[in-house]
Design a protein around this ligand. Structure first.
Ligand SMILES: C[S@@+](CC[C@H](N)C(=O)[O-])C[C@H]1O[C@@H](n2cnc3c(N)ncnc32)[C@H](O)[C@@H]1O
Length: 200
């Protein structure tokens, strides 16, 4: 079930941004993977929060790979267009809505701005294939996905994330997930009130 919304778990995404900050000037490209991104609100929210923190000039070096198993096969079109009805955007702070979206028709549909839209690339991908589409990520966001997996599957997916993160790369999961014991040697928790882990 692809339940999601803009600015969901804002605190965790803001914390991830602050832990990512030291990497921003050290790397020519900042690569983020949002695994299990649904129709786009989460990776777009993270893009907005990061852009707010580093400014549009530095944000040009950010690329977000957004993936999902996407059983309906329509996420690519939605995410590529970056168009959402106002009802999907109503939880967003009004100043952010005004700054990052523009109304495109009389039916209350809004499109996200090109800076954020062009930073995102969607691919259909099954995490349980354990075949990552890329590597060298500064950060991976995988929220409200791992809970649907069996314990063994969860461990294998987390080990896959570890293998494609850069040294010091960051993994973020949902609040309700703790890292399985079998993966505790791979990551250290860096944040007391959000599930953000740094690769060991
Ligand atoms: C509850 S939504 C979470 C969306 C977003 N991460 C959030 O927290 O708002 C779970 C998403 O995981 C995706 N998903 C489930 N199994 C998956 C798999 N094996 N590989 C990739 N994505 C999967 C679903 O299609 C759905 O979009």
């Amino acid at each position: 079930m692809a339940f999601t919304f803009f600015f969901r778990d804002r605190h965790t995404l803001e914390q991830l941004t602050s832990f990512l900050m030291p990497q921003i000037d050290s790397y020519a490209k900042i690569k983020v993977w949002d695994a299990g991104c649904a129709m786009g609100p989460e990776p777009y929210t993270f893009g907005i929060i990061l852009c707010e923190a580093i400014g549009p000039e530095k944000y040009k070096k950010v690329s977000i790979l957004a993936t999902d198993i996407d059983e309906t096969s329509n996420f690519k079109e939605i995410i590529t267009q970056g168009v959402y009805p106002y009802s999907d955007l109503s939880r967003m702070p009004p100043n952010i809505l005004e700054k990052y979206f523009h109304k495109i028709d009389d039916r209350e549909n809004y499109q996200i701005n090109d800076i954020i839209r062009n930073s995102l690339h969607f691919e259909q991908h099954d995490l349980l294939s354990l075949k990552p589409l890329d590597n060298g990520f500064n950060a991976i966001i995988c929220k409200n996905v791992l809970l649907h997996f069996q314990p063994e599957e969860r461990i294998n997916v987390i080990k896959m994330f570890h293998s494609v993160l850069l040294k010091d790369g960051l993994l973020t999961t949902e609040q309700t997930q703790t890292l399985p014991e079998e993966c505790s040697h791979l990551f250290e928790k860096v944040c007391s009130d959000a599930n953000i882990y740094r690769k060991k």
